[in-house]
Design a protein around this ligand. Structure first.
Ligand code: TXA
Ligand code: MG
Length: 343
């Protein structure tokens, strides 16, 4: 059931978390499917509900900085006599937390042994973030413990940016706290600070340029590596039901799209377009406007809901323009490339 966020609803959800149940809750990035991080059975329910492969670890959400020591092996590093490398990690985390928390940055850190293997998929690291959404933080606080939560979509589906998307994937039995549309609409940036140089495993609203101000040596990880450090990156993601074709951004982009539409007039073709180009594809079955070319942030916010709309309209194929990769646009394009799966 979808319940509009209120103090009472947050209390009710917190009771469920304490009792080992799973609830869906809003964050500023996308909706999450949460459970008590210390309860392996509760965490198991998340994997079962999502149909998530057991080797894809979850993100742990904390409500305040003091919670960090409960999940990550980091406070220990502050003890006198800690090795310089460890002291360096504490400094790095402090600076990053200072600048980006609460917010859409997830840090991969050494894991505390209290975190069940199910959460970290057997890795000796744990991914942690402090969400900015106030309902999320109130829920964590009221539950009295950090909450493990992946995005609240069935595995492989576009992430949910609205309570109704969560209900679409999981039906009416799931307890869903509704706080309207997600502010950012793309999942958090995942940054591994246990390695040197630090690696961005997934791009998001916190960009490499922003991180480089604190970590000049930070690098982008390849999205697909033979042994992915961020196991989730190897799975097909963000995928609408219809195949998606991503058309490169050059002076021929609109012509190329119209050629492809003309070759597929027997099909229901959906086009994902910028506001500026939206009237150029007259023969498409439907054109969905993602946002203005000059507003990558708004395009990012609308991406996943647009992909879900195509599914609802029952299109046979989706043709997408390429959009600006400025700022959060890079994360948007990364998601589109994954949805296109090489097309
Ligand atoms: O914005 C977000 O991050 C949202 C909201 C709900 O917070 N959550 C989210 O979770 O996107 P999920 O499960 O859909 O994505 C988690 C990503 C996966 O790619 C996973 O492989 C990676 O984080 N990850 C988790 N733990 C990791 C670890 N210890 N080392 C490397 N990657 C990790
Ligand atoms: Mg996800």
């Amino acid at each position: 059931m979808i319940k509009r966020a209120s103090e009472g609803v947050i209390k009710e959800a917190a009771e469920m978390i304490k009792a080992g149940e799973v609830v869906a809750f809003p964050t500023e990035t996308v909706y999450g499917l949460g459970a008590n991080v210390f309860d392996a059975d509760a965490v198991g329910k998340i994997f079962a509900l999502k149909g998530r492969p057991a080797d894809n670890p979850l993100i742990v959400h904390i409500g305040e900085l003091e919670d960090l020591g409960r999940v990550a092996e980091i406070t220990a590093f502050q003890k006198a006599g800690s090795r310089p490398a460890e002291a360096g990690l504490v400094m790095t985390v402090k600076k990053l937390a200072d600048k980006f928390w609460p917010g859409p940055l997830t840090l991969v850190l050494p894991k505390r042994k209290e975190i069940p293997d199910a959460v970290s998929a057997g890795l000796d690291t744990v991914a942690v973030r402090m969400p900015a959404n106030l309902v999320a933080r109130a829920l964590i606080k009221e539950s009295g413990m950090p909450i493990a939560a992946p995005s609240a979509n069935k595995s492989g589906r576009p992430s949910p940016t609205d309570a109704s998307h969560v209900a679409e994937d999981f039906g009416d039995e799931l307890f869903i706290i509704d706080d309207g549309k997600s502010k950012i609409g793309l999942e958090s940036t995942v940054l591994d600070v246990t390695v040197s140089p630090p690696v961005i495993l997934r791009s998001g609203a916190v960009t490499i340029e922003m991180l480089a101000e604190i970590l000049p040596e930070v690098i982008m990880g390849g999205a697909f590596r033979t042994a992915p450090k961020s196991p989730g990156q190897k799975y097909r993601h963000y995928a609408p039901e219809a195949p998606l074709f991503l058309i490169p951004d050059n002076e021929k982009m609109m012509d190329d799209i119209n050629i492809l539409i003309n070759e597929n007039l027997d099909k229901k073709v959906g086009v994902l377009a910028s506001k500026e180009n939206s009237d150029k594809y007259k023969k498409a079955f439907v054109v969905i406007v993602i946002g203005s070319k000059n507003r990558p942030d708004l395009c990012a916010k609308n991406l996943f809901s647009s992909l879900r709309k195509f599914d609802k309209l029952g299109v046979d194929m989706i043709i997408s323009e390429s959009f600006s990769d400025d700022g959060v646009g890079r994360a948007l394009m990364e998601r589109l490339k994954k949805a296109a799966n090489g097309n």
